[in-house]
Ligand binder design. Structure first.
Ligand SMILES: Cc1cc2nc3c(=O)[nH]c(=O)nc-3n(C[C@H](O)[C@H](O)[C@H](O)COP(=O)(O)OP(=O)(O)OC[C@H]3O[C@@H](n4cnc5c(N)ncnc54)[C@H](O)[C@@H]3O)c2cc1C
Length: 487
């Protein structure tokens, strides 16, 4: 980070903190806050951190990467400790307020208000971002830590989380609440399949440690639980040994069928460490770009001919690049810097992320792409890659019943960024969602698709009863995470 950026960050943070009111109490009758004691007002529990009730903080907490939904909370908790989260969840429960965790103040990567709380409390999890321990096979970290920060701490000892999201500035708590998919998922499962233990503050305000052998129902509920059952405050995440180098191969296909078949073959034979792919603009329509990576140690270079044998990409389109493992993991950083510089990062993002059963993938992807213009993508990427259902272990990560499942994502930028265009794209997403469910597909629920409680019941089927039961058990008063509108 440049000195100038660092300074402006510190200044903006300081100015936010100056907006905090020194001593705040809650007035239940008017559901508002007071800075001086008033009859009937209820003092806040003692906090190590701060509760921000100034307009700037509340407005920031009504933003996310989607820039589509804007629900302002009444306050933002900047926790100084896990005890602050326990105290505020208990306080919110008692006062009938809703509360949700978010990666940061207005820095949430949700695209449709999933971490926002209308007239409630948002917890800025980035305030708790300590890496407590890095061992041989796991790391114990605060939920506000970003994958990038963790990787910087683990790579010196040659270790990495086995599956990384494409973009590593996401928070560990945020991705464990949804799934955390990347090109290594075919081998290792998602990030939720690689968490070993968690500390969770339930909707009752209890701090509970859970793992596969301890408080298992909570452990199973919280992973991909969309923040419905508890706030994850710490997690022990799996680490694996990784070589320091990564060789990336990209190549183009004209033929969707062959592209999908080759991807499936590669995740079965496991010759690469990472398998992804994209639909890209091409003369007369779209082509399909395979992106595969082999990790290696210096002196043990990959055998390109052996790795690429039998693949049906178009001759002359192969590109091979070598770099460090970290640069590969952090490969989106230069693009994101450019998008921020151009101002496009701040445009609305009506994203659509789908899990498509392999048996229907070709027809479904072809149909959706034929109805999706380049203008509707706003130069955002279209991602297509498969993973194996056998690698998944997380009950509430709902994926189609098939041996292989494709992630199919339309990562739209709304250009022009007008409310009319955004609304039209969200409605397109909704129409695609109807087609998706008709073929047995599921949403990856991080995207901009309006869903009703009935849609959510359908999403979690046949686990809806289990989901509802977990809500009654861990958040009986529905205090947590109203943003998705599940209940
Ligand atoms: C540029 C970009 C790239 C992305 N790339 C990928 C990718 O490659 N793979 C992938 O799987 N996803 C990807 N995503 C989606 C991402 O995983 C989700 O947005 C996810 O929600 C994480 O974002 P976050 O850390 O900002 O959490 P937020 O968006 O702040 O939170 C997400 C949800 O989890 C809840 N939550 C947050 N923290 C906690 C916590 N500690 N405990 C309980 N609940 C919590 C929130 O209330 C909200 O409902 C990407 C998103 C963007 C914008």
């Amino acid at each position: 980070m440049s000195e100038e950026t660092m300074t402006s960050r510190i200044l903006s943070r300081r100015s936010v903190l100056q907006g905090a009111l020194a001593a705040v109490s809650f007035i239940p009758a008017s559901r508002s806050w007071a800075t001086t004691p008033e009859p009937g007002s209820i003092p806040l529990p003692p906090l190590d951190g701060q509760l921000l009730v100034d307009a700037a903080s509340r407005t920031a907490a009504a933003e996310d990467f989607g820039h589509i939904q804007h629900r302002a909370p009444w306050a933002v908790l900047v926790p100084g400790s896990v005890d602050d989260i326990v105290a505020m969840v208990r306080f919110a429960r008692k006062q009938g307020l809703r509360i949700a965790a978010a990666r940061g103040l207005g820095e949430s990567h949700s695209t449709y208000g999933q971490s926002q709380v209308e007239a409630g409390i948002v917890i800025n999890m980035s305030a708790l971002s300590t890496i407590h321990e890095v061992g041989e096979s796991s790391a114990w970290v605060d939920a506000g830590v970003r994958w990038h920060q963790l990787l910087a701490a683990t790579l010196p000892s040659g270790r990495s989380p086995p599956t990384l999201t494409d973009y590593i500035e996401l928070s560990i708590g945020g991705t464990l609440s949804v799934g955390g998919i990347g090109g290594q998922a075919f081998r290792w499962g998602l990030q939720v399949d690689n968490v070993l233990e968690m500390d969770v503050v339930t909707g009752e305000g209890e701090l509970v440690r859970c793992s596969p052998s301890r408080e298992r129902p909570l452990f199973d509920a919280v992973r991909s639980g969309l923040g419905q059952f508890g706030i994850i405050v710490r997690a022990r995440v799996r680490l694996v040994e990784v070589p320091p180098r990564a060789r990336t191969y990209t190549a183009l296909y004209n033929d969707l069928h062959r592209f999908l078949e080759d991807q499936r073959r590669l995740i079965e034979d496991g010759r690469f460490d990472y398998v992804e792919g994209f639909a890209v603009p091409a003369a007369g329509g779209r082509a399909y770009q395979l992106e595969v990576v082999k990790y290696y140690a210096p002196g043990a270079e990959p055998d390109d001919a052996k790795l690429l044998a039998g693949l049906g990409f178009q001759p002359g389109t192969l590109q091979v690049t070598d770099g460090s493992y970290f640069d590969f993991a952090n490969r989106l950083a230069p693009l994101v810097a450019l998008l921020k510089q151009l101002g496009v990062w701040e445009f609305p993002h009506p994203w659509m992320d789908m899990f498509v059963p392999a048996r229907s993938a070709e027809a479904f992807i072809e149909e959706v792409l034929s109805q999706t213009t380049e203008a509707e993508m706003g130069q955002g990427p279209i991602i297509i890659y498969p993973f194996r259902s056998a690698a998944l272990t997380t009950p509430f990560l709902r994926t189609p019943a098939d041996r292989h499942v494709f992630l199919f994502s339309l990562l739209r930028t709304a250009i022009p960024p007008t409310p009319e265009n955004v609304e039209a794209l969200v409605q397109k997403n909704r129409a695609i969602y109807e087609r998706l469910t008709a073929i047995g597909g599921r949403l990856y629920p991080v995207d901009a698709v309006p869903l009703s409680p009935a849609d959510w019941r359908r999403h979690f089927h046949p686990f809806w009863g289990r989901f509802e039961h977990a809500k009654r058990r861990f958040d009986p008063d529905h205090v947590l995470t109203p943003g998705q509108g599940i209940f």
